[in-house]
Design a protein around this ligand. Sequence first.
Ligand SMILES: N[C@@H](CCC(=O)N[C@@H](CS)C(=O)NCC(=O)O)C(=O)O
Length: 217
Amino acid sequence: MRLHHVPGSRSIRVLWLIEELGLNCELQLWSLTDGSLRSAGFRALSPAGRIPALEIDGRAIFESAAIVQYLTEREGRLAPKPGDEERADFLSWVNFAETQANILQALNIHHIFLRPESARSIPLMRLDTKRLAVTARAVDTHLQGRETLLTTFSAADCMLGFNIEAVFRFLPFADYPALAAYRDRMQARPAYRRALARAGDDVIYDRDFYEVSDVPG
Ligand SMILES: N[C@@H](CCC(=O)N[C@@H](CS)C(=O)NCC(=O)O)C(=O)O
């Protein structure tokens, strides 16, 4: 099994789940900025040129949500099965995590990657910060009185749990106490710690918090 990975990116969801499942996996490292994800070689594994991709069982799978579902079905663990009462909740939270990650990706582009800085749009940054706050409030409300997204830890927590560190780069954690406590619980999981130790240092964020007002122009 080989995971195509960038430190700090969505591939950590998969690495974390692999650690929770106790599977062996090689890592192949890529860069978000050197153009290599656009190469024909990488696009043969992931057609949109996106991380993660997982080589497994003689083929490549792309899209973190698909990979996570494939692994839980293959191993028969960490996800409710079709027909289970919590199956619909599982699918909803797995895909919700990607809705939230797409907003985070837009904020990363606005605050960090877009050059020149004068190309950045403050109205779009404000809009995406508000859209992120809607998702954070929804999870914070859902998590009140709960330890995990479902009644027990599942791969949906690997999908969403990975986002939360990034959420608090753009929103104050004091406004979302249940979400902040969930982040702490997820970060304390031994499998998450092992995944981060293997994953390499985050290459995206160079400060703890990004304010829209920090942006020139
Ligand atoms: N929906 C995809 C999104 C993948 C994605 O956008 N990954 C980012 C890293 S977190 C990426 O590869 N970005 C490179 C780019 O946008 O060029 C998934 O969940 O796998």
